[in-house]
Design a protein. Structure first.
Length: 92
């Protein structure tokens, strides 16, 4: 049995790993946003809580954009094609 070598571009591998991590963070951000909207619509939150959630989600969105820019990842690249299932994140 002979061992085959796999050429790995460490820079591309690092970029892909950052993109994957940011995709997972973006998925969680979107889920939190949907949950917050659901709770707001149900009237479960005080006005102060609504303001705090809005501010937090806005800051998280800004930070995500900063991280994408720092690592050369476009926000539209933060998605995975799941074949017949469509994409991981809804198209926005």
């Amino acid at each position: 049995m002979t061992a085959s070598r796999v050429d790995v571009d460490s820079e591309q591998l690092g970029h892909d790993l950052v993109a994957l991590v940011l995709t997972v963070v973006e998925l969680l951000r979107q889920l939190m946003e949907r949950q917050a909207i659901r709770r707001i619509d149900q009237g479960d939150l005080t006005d102060q809580q609504v303001d705090e959630i809005g501010t937090t989600l806005m800051l998280l969105d800004q930070r995500m954009n900063e991280l994408c820019e720092q690592h050369g990842v476009r926000p539209e690249d933060l998605n995975l094609d799941l074949g017949p299932l469509g994409t991981l994140l809804p198209r926005g």
